[in-house]
Design a protein around this ligand. Structure first.
Ligand code: AMP
Length: 542
């Protein structure tokens, strides 16, 4: 473990990727295969291979407590050292440095065994003594990286793809086969074993072990999107739900989320619906709230997110459907290297005749011009979907990649229609003009302030609005005037934040006024529910 840690320090000390790879490759190459496999996993900042569901379940508070106990340091000292490094691993190394005598070096196998035990231990009462025993046996530099592995970030500028490069270099095998084996098995340790044995091409997808999802790049307009597709594009609706990978074999079905978490129990109605299709398969799709032939808005589906075991009332309230749009595996055949158009045809053969509502083949059309794509986009929005996905018919399925083979075309960034509730005088050129507007959204009869914008209006508009506001003052608070909530403006913003200061619990960041909305009155402004929906969507990253 000491050499592992020393290698990590050397990797951290260089910014050159080739040098990082060389250091890791040299180290791996010098180890017996068992240890190289363990080290490769640890280099990815994981105690266990990615494909495993096992976790250590040791939090920062437990680490903090253990280090305090072992080092005898008081709270202020711990705080100071932590702030100095901003990292629990480095803090641990510094605080344990004064212990003497130094323990004998740990072997990688010792650390792997200790992780194993920690994962089996239940609750803090079982975990803490094991964690303490492990750190007690570790030298400071070893403890530093043990803690970093536990927290899941080595912070040495070594991403997973560099570890794969190092494995390829260490055993003189092609990077592509290493990447593929690591992707399919989800186990960089197993990949090391196979590289040594010359068996990398033997890796098979294992059902019920999810693989990374292929992602899409944004396109600004239909015209820009079509630039990438000279021979036409396959166009599907972009559903506003959550991505899911469904694995099926025999009567067993499991669902995985975009973070590869097992979400099977959250969508019980999808399981029998998927089990009816023949053979074994892996289907990629989007889970959406679904009622009467239409996808529900995302905030409806949101009621089901995170509910581990939804009750019957919720199942009825928000029914879901899996919109299937890709097929990655069918009856022993991996289809990742099959062009999308063919995968689509297979998918259609598999689920196309489905009659139930819970699993549906996502409709697809071919577009050959920007005008046609624009039409498809508008039709998708009219169906209540976010926009469209535009895909190259010949594209292979590239797990974890965000390329130009898949493009997403969605609605421009959302704006909110809000009502001005208070105004303040501006500075500089705007002295004497009421140019800073506090504004609110609606929640039933209440108005809830969610931000303040320095006007984006023209000078003439500001002058005109100043006169108007002066006539509609409800309260003069000196530096600001509370005004009758009548003036509606449309605001754009960078994002939405949670806020304790605002009664509604949210604040817009960097809001700017896009335009006055004289066509709307305060009864027609956006609601808190809409803000919550946008906030949820933003958290989801779509
Ligand atoms: P992004 O995650 O930023 O690449 O945006 C694409 C997301 O849109 C995917 O991760 C899916 O969750 C979702 N999505 C909705 N409909 C589709 C579709 N027809 N094809 C691919 N992704 C889709």
């Amino acid at each position: 473990m000491q050499r592992f840690a020393a290698t990590c320090e050397a990797v951290a000390a260089t910014t050159k990727k080739t040098e990082k790879v060389r250091l890791v490759a040299d180290y791996l190459g010098s180890l017996p295969v068992e240890d190289a496999a363990r080290a490769a996993i640890f280099f990815t900042a994981r105690p266990f291979p990615r494909c495993e569901e096992r976790t250590l379940d040791v939090g920062g508070a437990q680490l903090w407590q253990t280090v305090a106990q072992l080092s005898g340091a008081d709270e202020p000292t711990m705080d100071r050292v932590y702030r100095q490094h901003g990292d629990l691993g480095s803090m641990t190394a510094e605080l344990l440095a004064s212990r003497s005598p130094e323990p004998p070096p740990l072997r990688l196998g010792d650390v792997a065994d200790a992780f194993e035990e920690l994962s089996r231990a239940r609750g803090p009462t079982q975990k803490l003594p094991r964690l303490e025993a492990l750190l007690r046996r570790a030298r400071p530099i070893e403890a530093k990286y043990i803690v970093k592995i536990i927290t899941g970030d080595l912070r040495i500028g070594l991403r997973e793809n560099l570890v794969e490069e190092a494995v390829a270099a260490a055993y003189d095998v092609s990077l592509e086969t290493v990447r593929r084996a690591a992707m399919l098995s989800g186990d960089i340790g197993l990949t090391v074993h196979l590289a040594v044995e010359g068996q990398l091409d033997q890796v098979r997808l294992r059902l019920f072990h999810p693989i990374d999802f292929m992602l899409a790049s944004p396109a600004e307009s239909a015209a820009e999107a079509m630039d990438y597709f000279s021979d036409g594009a396959l166009v599907e609706d972009k559903y506003d739900g959550i991505r899911a990978q469904a694995h099926k074999q025999g009567s067993q079905v499991r669902l995985f989320s975009r973070t590869l978490a097992d979400i099977t129990a959250q969508y019980p109605e999808l399981l029998p619906a998927l089990a009816v299709f023949p053979g074994s398969f892996v289907v990629d799709g989007e889970v959406v709230g679904w009622r009467e032939g239409r996808a529900l808005p995302f905030n409806e589906l949101q009621k089901r997110l995170g509910r581990k075991q939804p009750d019957p009332a919720l199942l009825e309230d928000v029914p879901v459907a899996l919109m299937a749009f890709d097929l990655l595996y069918r009856d022993d055949h991996l289809l990742l290297d099959t062009p999308l158009a063919e995968r689509r045809a297979e998918l259609s053969g598999l689920v196309g005749s489905a009659t139930g509502v819970h699993v549906q083949l996502a409709p697809v059309e071919v577009c050959t011009s920007a005008a046609q794509l624009q039409q498809a986009f508008e039709a998708a929005q009219a169906r209540g979907n976010e926009g469209v996905m535009v895909k190259t018919p010949a594209s292979l399925y590239l797990p974890g990649r965000r390329g130009k083979q898949w493009l997403k075309l969605k609605q421009a960034l959302a704006t909110l229609d809000v009502v001005v509730t208070a105004v303040e005088y501006g500075h500089g050129k705007r002295r004497g003009l009421l140019s800073d507007y506090t504004f609110a959204v609606r929640d039933g009869d209440r108005l809830l302030e969610i931000g303040k914008a320095y006007s984006g209006l023209t000078y003439a508009e500001i002058q005109q609005m100043t006169e108007y506001f002066k006539q509609h003052v409800l309260a003069d608070e000196g530096f600001r005037l509370v005004v009758e909530p009548q003036v509606v403006v449309e605001v754009a913003f960078n994002n939405i934040q949670r806020s304790r200061r605002h009664a509604g619990g949210y604040a817009l960041r960097f809001p700017r006024i896009v335009r006055l909305r004289p066509d709307k009155d305060a009864g027609q402004i956006d609601t808190l529910a809409r803000v919550q929906e946008l906030f949820a969507r933003q958290a989801k990253g779509t």
